[in-house]
Design a protein around this ligand. Structure first.
Ligand SMILES: [Zn+2]
Length: 316
């Protein structure tokens, strides 16, 4: 695939499963969409009989506790969008309509693996329009307690550097750095599952949350033990999952990012806040696309890029 063109799905995809919080069955259709449509969620199955169209955009985010929810009021909102969003961004999809008949994207196995496999089966096609990238021009940073999330300029690509630091020794301190491309996303990130502590899950259950949380869709930690009989998929599965979440949340920028993201003890709330901070300062970003007018004039020769496509995409 040549980079620089917008993409959509070749075929529709049906996904059925249950939401991790409500534990109710939900049906999702991913449909090809038009040039410049972006990723949009069409919420159906509402009691009113109406449908609600939500852009997958940071400005539409309602809640960020436990997961990322699109829709600022609960009527027709769509929760747990982050793993699907990560799969769409990780594989370089620009224009997709996500039709969903319930309030939550299915949790499936707690990772983005099934989304990736279904998208690979359906296929990705190029569209006859250049892709627009969001280029970070100035650093923005959000701090909360001992954590932070930051977006900074980068010459090319989308770099992520994610660190976590848990007192629990099963997790401890982990860090993962990568430059996003679809091969690395598929092999190293998509399979990393969400995780939680049994002590927290019991509290969430009491509050009517995480009702669908099981060992089939999360890594469960009790004391210093992992309860899942199959163990971990990667030694550092926890930080890889945090990186997956960050890719999904930052896909709410509305365009692939050229820049560098760093976080320590981050999460959905800080990820959305750092996008909000970026967009609050019009001098902190610009949009670029692969056309002669935006090719950088220096550095091509040293990078061996002279005559080649200029902006390395966040994904390929
Ligand atoms: Zn997650």
């Amino acid at each position: 695939m040549k980079f620089g063109h917008q993409t959509t799905l070749r075929n529709e995809i049906l996904i059925e499963g249950k939401g991790v919080h409500g534990n109710r069955p939900v049906r999702v259709m991913l449909r090809p969409d038009a040039i410049n449509a972006g990723i949009r969620f069409l919420r159906t199955g509402l009691k009113s009989g109406h449908e609600r169209l939500l852009r997958a955009h940071w400005s539409e985010v309602g809640m960020t506790r436990l997961c990322t929810v699109l829709g600022q009021d609960s009527t027709g909102s769509v929760g747990t969008v982050e793993h699907l969003m990560a799969a769409l961004r990780g594989l370089g999809l620009d224009n997709v309509l996500v039709e969903i008949d319930g309030p939550e994207v299915p949790i499936l196995d707690g990772s983005a693996q099934d989304f990736v496999e279904l998208i690979d089966e359906a296929g990705i096609v190029e569209q006859k329009a250049p892709r627009r990238y969001l280029k970070v021009l100035k650093s923005v940073r959000i701090e909360e307690g001992e954590g932070f999330a930051e977006l900074a300029p980068a010459r090319r690509g989308f770099k992520l550097d994610v660190a976590i630091d848990f007192a629990n020794p099963v997790i401890g301190a982990q860090r993962y750095e990568m430059e996003l491309d679809s091969r690395k996303f598929r092999n190293d990130i998509a399979g990393a599952r969400t995780f939680g502590f049994v002590s927290d899950v019991k509290k969430l259950w009491a509050a009517g949350l995480a009702l669908g949380s099981t060992l089939q869709n999360s890594v469960a930690i009790e004391g210093e033990r992992i309860l899942n009989p199959e163990g971990l998929r990667f030694n550092d599965e926890f930080v890889r999952h945090k990186l997956l979440d960050a890719i999904g949340d930052l896909a709410l920028a509305g365009a692939p990012i050229i820049g560098s993201y760093r976080s320590l003890r981050g999460g959905h709330k800080m990820n959305v806040a750092v996008l909000e901070a970026l967009f609050a300062d019009p001098s902190a970003y610009t949009y670029v696309q692969d056309s002669p007018s935006v090719r950088p004039l220096v550095g091509q020769a040293e990078l061996g890029l002279a005559g080649a496509a200029t902006f390395a995409p966040g994904v390929d």
